[in-house]
Design a protein around this ligand. Structure first.
Ligand code: PEP
Ligand code: CO
Length: 457
């Protein structure tokens, strides 16, 4: 039984009630009337996702919290409008499908696939402005807000970009839905998921053995008449992004026939970033009123009381599947900082899904200014997370990665021992360093072994 809430009578909520709270990380648009026009236009256009799908995901997350499913959430740190291309999208789908196959086989659980895509276009920044020889202009906050080139014009927040972002998200989702409906993700089509450049990957052999084993099982079940062809074809993919740019989120917040409440129909599962998870802030105010399953990042500095207030505000009814807590402490901090938060949730009596993001607490800058992450730290945080949840009588029910299906060199280490010097070969991220194919697959194998009962070491 959940304990009674500290705030039994919540204040009235509306899609724009966040405006009465302090809002961090929002751009200052020069022309408010233009913002209103763009928001009105987005609000008139059809939604990107439906409440049916959103509720379907909530049910699956509830099942993951009971240990029946495992959540795999991954994609770019930031998508860019330029990279809204068929090969980039298909490659991301391929790596997520390969990882989920490894997870299904190893964990013996169903996997919920949630992409950081179709809307992951807005980024928090530590400084509002950036100064270079050319002058002082707005920091780049993602393609949804302004442009990367360093001129006053490009860096000035432009509301039209919200419309472009909505359209790019629709194009991305349309392609993904088309691929999936057409059978691309079906288990008997695993050969379509191969990425040309990885034939010689150190993990390719293990992956191929897994594919073979699954193929064998399917053929066996098929012979017995147990395989439902339709069931095998259907694979769900859900979309998620950080719900940072509140005017954009508000414009796609709707009521739908035959349901009560409000839905954010810009993504199935929006999440609140670490920097905007203040219980008194605008982002938490917005998120408390939507009916979607939501994520909240927690990390260094998220104290017990802070978390309990977030549970009160965002998860008052303990609704199954509603809240996923995505922890990102860093390999050095997780051991000290995770247990008090797990215990606080246990004492509250509420159920959440715990998900580990081993990326964002492990970012570092090299002497030449390159932002990177060491695979060993990522791996260590993930392994510690798995062990800590076990020790605390809790359950790690998901993972959250920044990855790409392209052949990039942004994180140091992994099966091929990528070195500092090797980063230069294909360092392409505009924001945070992402796992490449091999590194991502290696992490999936570690989780699969651990959750499936083997040893991760
Ligand atoms: C992110 O997910 O890209 C991000 C900024 O993470 P966090 O809010 O955890 O720092
Ligand atoms: Co990031």
């Amino acid at each position: 039984m959940a304990k009674p809430s500290l705030n039994p009578v919540p204040a009235p909520w509306s899609p724009d009630s966040w405006r009465s709270k302090p809002a961090l990380q929002l751009p200052s648009y020069p022309d408010r009337a233009q913002v209103d026009r763009v928001m009105a236009e987005i609000a008139r256009l059809p939604p990107l996702v439906t409440s049916w799908e959103v509720e379907g995901l909530k049910e699956q997350i509830a099942a993951a919290a009971r240990g029946e499913y495992f959540l795999l959430q991954g994609g770019d740190c930031a998508e860019s409008f330029e990279e809204c291309r068929s090969d980039t999208i298909a490659n991301k789908l391929k790596i997520l499908l390969q990882m989920s196959l490894v997870l299904v086989q190893g964990t013996r659980r169903r996997v919920i696939r949630v992409g950081r895509f179709a809307g992951q276009y807005a980024k928090p920044r530590s400084e509002d402005f950036e100064t270079r020889a050319e002058g002082t202009f707005h920091s780049y906050r993602g393609d949804l807000v302004n442009r990367l080139a360093f001129t006053r014009r490009d860096r000035t927040p432009d509301p039209e970009l919200m419309l472009r972002g909505y359209e790019r998200s629709a194009l991305t989702l349309n392609f993904i839905r088309g691929l999936i409906e057409g059978g691309f993700a079906a288990l008997h089509n695993t050969e379509y998921w191969d990425l040309g450049f990885v034939r010689h990957s150190p993990h390719a052999t293990e992956y191929r053995q897994i594919v073979e084993a699954i193929g064998e099982s399917i053929r066996f079940m098929d012979t017995l008449g147990y395989v439902d062809a339709d069931q095998m074809r259907r694979v769900d993919f859900f979309s998620s992004h950080e719900g940072l740019l509140l005017p954009y989120e508000q414009a796609q917040t709707r009521q739908v026939p035959h349901r009560t409440g409000w839905y954010n129909l810009a993504a199935h599962m929006p999440w609140i970033g670490l920097r905007t998870a203040d219980p008194d802030g605008a982002h938490v105010e917005y998120f408390r009123g939507i009916s979607n399953p939501i994520g909240v990042k927690v990390g260094p500095g998220t104290h017990r009381d802070h978390l309990l207030r977030l549970l009160d505000l965002l998860h008052p009814k303990d609704e199954p599947g509603r809240l996923t807590l995505i922890h990102r402490f860093g390999a050095q901090k997780i051991e000290a900082e995770l247990p008090p938060l797990v215990k606080a949730v246990q004492e509250s009596g509420k159920t959440v899904l715990w998900c580990c993001d081993p990326m964002h607490g492990n970012t570092e800058k090299l002497a030449d200014g390159t932002k990177t992450r060491r695979f060993d730290n990522i791996r260590s945080e993930l392994e510690q997370a798995l062990d800590l949840h076990d020790e605390l009588g809790s359950r790690l029910g998901g993972v959250h990665f920044e990855l790409t299906g392209d052949d990039v060199t942004e994180c140091i280490g992994g099966a091929r021992g990528l070195s500092e010097a090797g980063l230069k070969r294909a360092y392409r991220t505009q924001v945070d360093p992402r796992l490449n194919y091999e590194q991502a697959l290696e992490l999936a194998m570690i989780v699969a072994r651990h959750v499936g009962g083997g040893t991760a070491k």
